[in-house]
Design a protein around this ligand. Structure first.
Ligand SMILES: Cc1ncc(COP(=O)(O)O)c(C=O)c1O
Length: 355
C-alpha cells in the first residue's frame, strides 16, 4: 500500500497550532515550541484522532458498524474512538483492563456520555504470576473476551472493526507519518527550524509514525520518545519490529534498528498511570507559566523528560525543540489523580467571607 493512496476521513480539526512557550523557553534558555494536538477538537481532543482518521475510513470501507478497541480504564484512545464513532454514525466498544471502578471519573465519564459500551477483563487471578506467564494468560483472556464481545455484536447484526490498543496498527501509524508533513509545512511558514521533536512513547504509533515520517520526508529533526511505562529490551524490540512492519506496509524503504531509536526510560515515575509527585511538579509548572494543562499519565511525563534532557544537556544547548502535546487532559479528573492532587492544590487557601 502506498502512503499517498491511503484514504482518510476527518475525525478532528487539523492543522493543530504550533506556538512558542515563551516563559518556559526563557526559564530553560532553550527555544521550546509546542504543537497542540490536544486541540484536535472533539471530546476534549488528543493525538488519537490523527490515527482514527485512517482507521475509521478503513472501517467504513469494510462495511463495519462497530469500532472495538482496548485500553486501561482511563484510555484516551478509547475516549477518542468513542468520539470518532459518534461522528461517523458507528457504535463503539472498549475492552478495558481490570474491573469496573466503583465511581466513574475522567475518561470513563466521557465514554459513557458518548454512548460507548465498556467491557472489563479481570486479571486478578493471575496478576502476581511471573511476567512471561502473566503475558500468556493476559493474551488468552484478551482473545476470549474479544471473541465473546464480537459474537455479542454479531448476534445483533453488527460488523466489528477491531482496533489495537492505542490505535497503533500499520494504518493507524499513518496519522503521525502525515503529521510530519504538516509540521514541516508549518515550520516553513513560520521560518522556524527545529532540532528535536519530543513526544510521549506508549503503544508507539505516535513515535513510530513521527520517526518514519521524519525519515521519509527528510526532516531535519530527531524524534525523541519519552516512555510512559517500564519497558524491557524485549518490549522495545517489539516496538522496533512494529515500526518496521509499518515501514514495510507502506513500502517506505526504511529499515529501523534497535539502536537507531531514541527512547528515554527514566521518567516513568511510579509506573504507568500511577500518580507521581515529580511529574505533577512539571504539570503545575506548565500550568503556571503557560496556562497549558498537561496530563499525569503521558504529557506530564513527556514534558518532565524534555526539561531534564535540557538540564543534563542530552538536548544540545542552543537548539530548538518542538514538544508534542498529545492530549490526555481528562486524566486530571480521574479519581486516582484528583485524590493525589488534593493536598497540593487545596491546602488552606479556602478563605471564606461572611457578612
Ligand atoms: C495523551 C496521550 N499521549 C501519548 C500517548 C502515546 O501515544 P502512542 O500510544 O501512540 O505511543 C497516548 C496513548 O494512549 C495518549 O493517550
Amino acid at each position: 500500500m502506498k502512503l499517498e493512496q491511503l484514504q482518510k476521513v476527518q475525525t478532528g480539526f487539523l492543522n493543530t497550532p504550533i506556538h512558542e512557550l515563551k516563559s518556559i523557553s526563557q526559564k530553560y534558555k532553550t527555544k521550546i515550541l509546542i504543537k497542540r494536538d490536544d486541540l484536535t477538537g472533539f471530546a476534549l481532543g488528543g493525538n488519537k484522532l490523527r490515527k482514527l482518521d485512517y482507521l475509521v475510513k478503513d472501517a467504513i470501507n469494510n462495511n463495519c458498524s462497530v469500532l472495538l478497541t482496548y485500553g486501561g480504564p482511563q484510555t484516551n484512545h478509547g475516549r477518542l474512538t468513542a468520539a470518532a464513532a459518534v461522528r461517523f454514525g458507528l457504535k463503539c466498544g472498549i475492552i478495558m483492563d481490570g474491573i469496573p471502578p466503583e465511581k466513574a471519573s475522567g475518561n470513563i465519564v466521557l465514554d459513557k456520555m458518548m454512548g460507548a459500551d465498556l467491557f472489563f477483563m479481570d486479571d486478578s487471578n493471575f496478576k502476581s504470576c511471573p511476567r512471561d506467564v502473566y503475558k500468556q494468560k493476559y493474551t488468552a483472556l484478551k482473545q476470549k473476551t474479544t471473541s465473546e464481545v464480537i459474537k455479542m455484536y454479531e448476534e445483533k447484526g453488527e460488523k466489528v472493526y477491531p482496533i489495537p490498543v492505542g490505535g497503533s496498527s500499520e494504518i493507524g501509524a499513518a496519522g503521525y507519518i502525515m503529521a510530519v508533513k504538516e509540521i514541516l509545512n508549518q515550520l516553513k511558514e513560520k521560518n522556524e527550524k527545529v532540532d528535536y521533536v519530543v513526544t510521549g512513547f506508549g503503544s508507539t504509533g505516535t513515535f513510530g509514525g513521527l520517526y518514519l515520517g521524519a525519515k521519509y520526508y527528510d526532516a531535519p529533526f530527531e524524534i525523541v520518545g519519552i516512555s510512559v511505562s517500564e519497558k524491557t529490551d524485549e518490549d522495545l524490540q517489539e516496538k522496533v519490529d512494529y515500526i518496521n512492519k509499518v515501514s514495510k506496509y507502506f513500502d517506505l524503504g526504511i529499515d529501523v534498528k534497535y539502536e537507531d531509536i531514541w527512547v528515554e526510560g527514566g521518567f516513568v515515575g511510579n509506573g504507568y498511570n500511577i500518580p507521581d509527585e515529580e511529574t505533577r511538579k512539571y504539570i503545575y509548572e506548565m500550568a503556571r507559566e503557560e496556562a497549558i494543562i498537561l496530563d499525569p499519565c503521558y504529557t506530564g511525563k513527556t514534558y518532565r523528560g524534555l526539561i531534564e534532557l535540557i538540564k543534563n544537556k542530552k538536548i544540545k544547548e542552543g537548539s530548538t525543540v518542538l514538544f508534542l502535546h498529545t492530549g490526555g487532559v481528562p486524566g486530571i479528573y480521574s479519581n486516582e489523580h484528583l485524590e493525589a492532587m488534593q493536598n497540593e492544590i487545596w491546602n488552606g487557601e479556602k478563605k471564606v467571607f461572611k457578612l
